[in-house]
Design a protein around this ligand. Structure first.
Ligand code: SAH
Ligand code: SF4
Ligand code: F3S
Length: 486
């Protein structure tokens, strides 16, 4: 899920572990107050910030990209690794300086850190006025009102139902071409290293009709790509019985039955053949052949799967409670190749130095990478999180220097593999979607191919949002270069 460090060459451990964030765009729809949001962590969080902006707009806030102009500053935080939390704490102390000069400024912490630390955060970070967990954003106007009256506001209630299905997000993170659509919330897996089930609560799936409606609206507004988001999209399951059937119109109620992820993919793919569909994240234990067949059937479902392995060793996978082993994972990869072919992009997440991991077991992760030939990976060293199963059961016994060295080996391996995978695309004719201007030169555009790779192409007469056929002419380990084919 953590796609924030995707488009750059990762060369070393420090960069891979650096904690990037996104800031709200400048918006001016005539509201009287200004909201500044900084978002950390995964795409889910970035998507949630768009929902928060929408809720805050209703109570009179436009967003600003400059915190000096803000009446309210919100940090939408991540707890996945210790480093992510430390970054937010440092940021809070910077905002403390501003608040000293401007006491009426309101500062709130949202997201996973809010959920993990609850009231404790108010004690630890005295400047914070609001602490709001991921399922309580509808309460924000009320909490902001309370804080304006001098009462600190906390709501970290986790819901079994909340999906924010009816809220139309303010597209803060968008280039006008691709947008995120949240399709489910929470996670019911209990990977032993992971804090997400505690910060995001129980898994619940969003009404599929609200999802297709959102996709259609995006398409009508010029968007050409949607990414369906969830911690574990393959366990998407929605049935009208479990939900409120009365919300459906008559026609929908008649056709409504249990909707699984493959069905949802098909429903969104049918919105328009010119709307590209991506999704993230898939769990190796849940991704079905039916999903792969559906991907094959629809040209507009991108041929790219993020399938985090975490470790290549079965004993470590068992300790991680991933509920699959090396063989199972490799079998899934084989199926992907069988059904979707060699060109399908595959990426992964990897954790180096999990509790008790031996050198041989670390080698299994490297050999797994060689076998699968990942296009890219998000790579981390293990960071023990309070309250998780691993923290309770196992000793975090791999020295930091060893974790870092193993991570560096994984990063180096991925660099080699990315280059190999890119080189094999040189010479190919591909359809790409133009997403924006290239950072390198104003005469070039940044486009993406189906396998989620950045392709730099000459500007020509192209516009953002156009599909264009290109021939891949060159590459680095991070980028492909193409020329337009007429
Ligand atoms: N739901 C997704 C992952 C979400 S968290 C999935 O199951 O694949 C994103 C990634 O952060 C994880 O895949 C894992 O590689 C990493 N991660 C999670 N907890 C971690 C921890 N305690 N230490 C280091 N990396 C961690
Ligand atoms: Fe965390 Fe595992 Fe859930 Fe992913 S599937 S969010 S790693 S518990
Ligand atoms: Fe995402 Fe971080 Fe929470 S990865 S779900 S924001 S802990």
């Amino acid at each position: 899920m953590e796609n924030i460090i995707k488009d750059i060459d990762i060369i070393n451990v420090e960069e891979a572990e650096s904690c990037d964030f996104k800031v709200t765009a400048e918006e001016n729809t005539g509201k009287t107050k200004r909201l500044y949001i900084e978002s950390y962590g995964c795409q889910m969080n970035f998507s949630d910030s768009e929902i928060v902006a929408s809720i805050m707009k209703e109570t009179g806030f436009d967003t600003t990209s400059d915190f000096n102009n803000a009446d309210v500053i919100l940090l939408n935080t991540c707890s996945i690794r210790e480093k992510a939390e430390n970054t937010v704490r440092k940021r809070l102390s910077q905002f403390n300086q501003i608040k000293k000069a401007k006491p009426e400024l309101m500062i709130g912490v949202l997201g996973c850190m809010a959920e993990r630390l609850k009231e404790k955060l108010l004690e630890e970070e005295k400047l914070v006025d609001l602490v709001v967990g991921p399922d309580a954003y509808r309460d924000l106007p009320n909490l902001v009102g309370q804080a304006e009256d001098g009462h600190k506001g906390v709501n970290t209630f986790l819901s079994r139902e909340e999906t924010y299905a009816d809220i139309s997000p303010v597209r803060l993170n968008s280039n006008g071409v691709s947008a995120m659509i949240s399709i489910m919330r929470g996670c019911d897996n209990m990977c032993s290293f992971c804090v997400v089930p505690f910060t995001r609560g129980r898994e619940r799936s969003r009404d599929p009709y609200s999802i297709t409606k959102e996709a259609k609206e995006l398409f009508d507004h010029g968007y050409r790509e949607v990414t369906l988001l969830g911690q574990n999209v393959d366990s998407y399951k929605w049935s009208p019985e479990e939900n409120n059937k009365a919300r459906l119109n008559k026609k929908e109620a008649e056709i409504a039955e249990v909707v699984y992820f493959s069905d949802l993919l098909e429903m969104v793919a049918k919105v328009d053949p010119k709307l590209r569909i991506r999704f993230s994240t898939s769990h190796p234990k849940d991704i079905t052949d039916k999903v792969l067949e559906t991907m094959k059937e629809y040209d507009n479902i991108c041929k790219y799967i993020h399938l985090p392995v975490q470790s290549g060793n079965s004993r470590i996978l068992e300790m991680m409670n991933r509920t699959y082993d090396r063989e199972w994972y490799l079998n899934r990869i084989q199926k992907i190749r069988e059904i979707l072919g060699e060109d399908c992009g595959i990426s992964s997440d990897m954790i180096a130095g999990f509790c008790t991991e031996t050198e041989e077991e670390h080698q299994d992760t490297l050999s797994m990478m060689d076998i699968v030939q990942y296009d890219f990976s998000y790579m981390f060293y293990y960071s023990e999180r309070p309250g998780t199963l691993a923290e309770k059961k196992y000793k975090d016994d791999i020295p930091l220097a060893v974790k870092k060295r193993r991570l560096q080996e994984i990063i180096d391996k991925q660099g080699q593999l990315s280059l190999i995978r890119h080189k094999r695309e040189v010479g190919q004719i591909q359809e790409v979607l133009v997403e924006g201007l290239s950072k390198r030169s104003k005469d070039q555009l940044k486009a993406k191919n189906s396998a989620n790779k950045v392709v730099i192409i000459p500007k020509g007469n192209l516009n953002i949002g156009d599909y264009v056929t290109v021939k891949i002419t060159d590459c680095t380990s991070a980028t492909l270069f193409g020329e337009i084919v007429n």
